[in-house]
Design a protein around this ligand. Structure first.
Ligand code: AMP
Ligand code: GLY
Length: 415
């Protein structure tokens, strides 16, 4: 197949590599310095649908896989599907499950999907009133897209007020009860009618060991998840995934692509944290390292509405196969950070042991490899136990050298 992967992150590098090793011809738009070595990079802006459409025509694309949320929310999948291309990813209407947390909250409430108790705050006086009559740790969320950084967990009234005011300057604010438990990411590939659930992942959203610090887009992920045994997965399926897809069908929101459910396994049962309408980053880098079956067939059959329900069994991780990914970030991330930092050294890929994925890296005018974002690389370790995968991932992450590079060392050891 001739596959076009949209995006420039480590998630897209992982998708492109796996699709390429399966014998597909892969192009990335725009891709990064890592995908340049394994695919054809097309220097175009994914938010410009007409340019992407022209690229699809020139390539004769058999499948378009849209990685990031922004082009999905902007309707890229609608435009390409209208022109007759098989696309893996939802149209703008369904993408609201991710692009509006307020829409997703109301949807989940309509369909009985368990989640945190929530209030919608629209004005500063709503916010002050909420802070005054509640206590302890609370969660404030920006409704719109925020690259994983629109959520504050805090018990400090001053901090809640200042974060809430900054959100209310341009968006709706959700105030949620703080849930305790263990967090996991569930991916359901769907074709508009059927779905298959892929191995679960545990992302690590906080930047510091022990889950401390502000939210990030994700600092590393373990796949599969040691604590997610058959009983917990069956409860998540029955109590969260099934009512969600029933609601999606009833409201005409079904789409070919993947629904990512962020779940808190709370003491009184699994609860939905959020929906995303695309693969997770950094989850995908670990997930694809253990996923069985043929990824290209899975995505193409979903995109064309012919998903084989048996694909779920094929996609399950082989027994005793684990992957643990570490994100190497720029100094300052998730706050402000410099770009264009020269990369001094990278670990070699070592199939069966570790893999390296680039995120937004570039070559500067003199051909030097430089960073291009806040999360710069993901080093994924593989192993026959979580501990072995972790050790192999750590060894690779330690080989990533650029000024101020840092990563969270305890990925995979706390789940
Ligand atoms: P979200 O973007 O809604 O998934 O939130 C980002 C992160 O904030 C999640 O991955 C959780 O770690 C945390 N979080 C979000 N909502 C809650 C909640 N109600 N209780 C506890 N933690 C939460
Ligand atoms: N790692 C969380 C996300 O992709 O949104």
């Amino acid at each position: 197949m001739n596959v076009l992967v949209i995006g420039s992150g480590a998630r897209e590098h992982a998708l492109a590599r796996r699709l390429g090793t399966e014998g597909n011809r892969v192009s990335c738009a725009p891709g990064n310095a890592g995908t340049a070595g394994i695919a054809d990079n097309l220097p175009l802006n994914p938010d410009d649908a007409e340019t992407v459409l022209r690229a699809c025509r020139e390539l004769g694309a058999d499948l378009v896989v849209i990685g990031p949320e922004d082009p999905l929310a902007a309707g890229l999948a609608d435009r390409l599907r209208d022109a007759g291309y098989p696309v893996f990813g939802p149209g703008a209407r369904s993408a609201r499950l991710e692009s509006s947390k307020d829409f997703a909250r109301a949807f989940a409430e309509r369909h009985g999907v368990p989640r945190a108790r929530t209030e919608v705050l629209r004005t500063e006086s709503d916010l002050r009133d909420y802070i005054g009559r509640t206590s302890g740790k609370r969660v404030l969320k920006k409704s719109g897209l925020a690259a994983g950084k629109g959520v504050l967990e805090s018990s400090d009234p001053g901090e809640l007020l200042s974060f809430g005011r900054s959100v209310l300057a341009g968006d709706v604010l959700l105030a949620e009860e703080f849930l305790t438990g263990r967090e996991l990411s569930i991916f359901a590939v769907c074709d508009g009618t059927r779905r298959v659930v892929l191995p679960a992942c545990a992302d690590h959203k906080k930047p510091h060991p022990g889950n401390l610090g502000p939210n990030t887009g994700g600092m590393g992920a373990l796949c599969p998840v040691p604590f997610a045994g058959p009983d917990l997965l069956a409860r998540i399926e029955a109590e969260v995934v099934e009512p969600t897809f029933r609601g999606i069908a009833r409201e005409g929101l079904a789409y070919p692509g993947v629904l990512f459910l962020g779940i808190m396994a709370a003491p009184d049962g699994p609860k939905l944290l959020e929906y995303n309408v695309r693969f997770g980053d950094p989850e995908t880098q670990s997930l694809l390292a253990v996923l069985g079956g043929n990824l290209g067939d899975l995505l193409a059959s979903a995109a064309s509405g012919r998903l084989d329900p048996g694909a779920g069994a094929a996609a399950a991780a082989a027994p005793d196969t684990w992957a643990c990914g570490f994100v190497a970030a720029a100094p300052g991330y998730p706050g402000s950070y410099p770009k264009g930092i020269p990369v001094e050294a990278l670990p070699e890929d070592n199939p069966g042991r570790s893999l390296l994925f680039h995120a937004s890296t570039l070559r500067d005018a003199s051909g030097r490899l430089v960073t291009g974002g806040g999360r710069c690389f993901t080093a994924v370790g593989l192993g026959s136990t979580p501990a072995e995968a972790r050790e192999n991932g750590l060894a690779a992450a330690r080989g990533i050298r650029f000024e101020g590079a840092w990563f969270r060392e305890d990925i995979g050891s706390t789940v």
